[in-house]
Design a protein around this ligand. Structure first.
Ligand code: 2P0
Length: 320
């Protein structure tokens, strides 16, 4: 009745932004991401008939804010009649700060809950269950380069390249480690309802996905850099034009973006991407990594640097 699973966050190169069904949490657009290796969330789920309510601790501290979403995820996997659970989460990077902590948290929760409840599920089913809790979590069930497609009432995710097929590196500049002011779910809905650019964003996404898929298939770094930065800036433009506006960046975010562009102008294979937070993820070829670390570490306002290669999808670590 107890299982532990581990999942790595993923970074979208072509972003998910907007929902077409808020009840089932279905995304309005497809997305392509890379699953990381060195950052992780480990979730232990123990169903316990003696408990009268679920409990959650994150890195040793009780976390009642996140508990309702975790309980909902457990209901989705094990059914609402399940025993209450004690859930213990360990995460080796800042949570709720635009580092995709919900992706790894819900991917690991879905995996651990199914194992703890003794339910046989396919990776595809787990991706759909995790995705109902957090859209990006569906991608963390898969390793390497993963593409999420909308397929009617469900999502379909597949690994389009294994992590070793194109071993990119990711250098993450943390510019502010605290939790974000507006959750991504709320921000997506505000964008959908108020941004004049939202419809165009949705309309252009299939072409961006085609472009990124082709760049990945041909290992064309410059082509991937161009489409990933364009897609990222387009998503943030949708947010900036929302009412009230959603601006996740700070001045260090902008300085990191400039540093990455300067490096690329000097011949280093690197591009940036930024999610629902002020952190900058610089994706690069291995030979550019040292220069990227040095440049971002020397950028004013950068608090910490984290690095990662590409890794596998979520997996059960132990069942007892
Ligand atoms: C992504 N983000 O593709 C995009 C880019 C943030 C910016 O998916 O509401 O926590 O739980 O489905 O998955 C973050 O949003 O949103 C996200 P919900 P989620 O990675």
């Amino acid at each position: 009745m107890q299982a532990t699973a581990r999942a790595q966050p993923n970074i979208a190169l072509v972003k998910y932004w907007g929902k077409r069904d808020t009840v089932r949490n279905l995304p309005a657009v497809g997305s392509i991401s890379i699953t990381l290796h060195d950052l992780y969330t480990q979730m232990q789920v123990e169903f316990d008939a003696s408990l009268d309510a679920d409990r959650l601790t994150v890195n040793g501290e009780q976390d009642d804010g996140m508990l309702p979403r975790i309980s909902h995820c457990l209901d989705l996997v094990a059914g609402p009649q399940r025993e209450r659970a004690s859930v213990t989460s360990t995460c080796n990077f800042p949570v709720a700060a635009g580092l995709a902590s919900s992706a790894s948290a819900f991917a690991a929760t879905a995996c651990a809950a199914a194992a703890a409840a003794g339910i046989e599920t396919s990776t595809s089913e787990l991706a759909n269950l995790a995705g109902r809790a957090s859209g990006s979590a569906a991608r963390s069930l898969y390793g390497g380069f993963a593409e999420l497609k909308n397929a009617g009432d469900a999502v379909e995710v597949e690994t389009i390249e294994d992590p070793a097929a194109w071993p990119l590196r990711v250098v993450i500049a943390i510019t502010k480690a605290g939790p974000k002011a507006v959750s991504s779910g709320e921000a997506m809905e505000r964008s959908r309802k108020t941004s004049p650019f939202y419809a165009r964003w949705v309309e252009e996404q299939p072409a961006d996905l085609d472009e990124a898929r082709a760049a990945i298939a041909s290992r064309d770094f410059e082509r991937l850099a161009a489409i990933a930065e364009h897609n990222c800036l387009k998503m943030h433009s949708v947010m900036w034009a929302s009412r009230p506006p959603i601006v996740y960046w700070n001045s260090a975010t902008l300085d990191c973006m400039s540093a990455v562009r300067e490096l690329r102008a000097r011949g280093h294979a690197v591009f940036f991407t930024i999610d629902a937070g002020p952190q900058v993820k610089a994706v690069c070829l291995p030979q550019a990594e040292a220069a990227v670390i040095e440049a971002l570490r020397g950028t004013a306002g950068v608090e910490t640097i984290m690095t990662s290669g590409l890794g596998d999808g979520a997996a059960v670590v132990s069942v007892t």
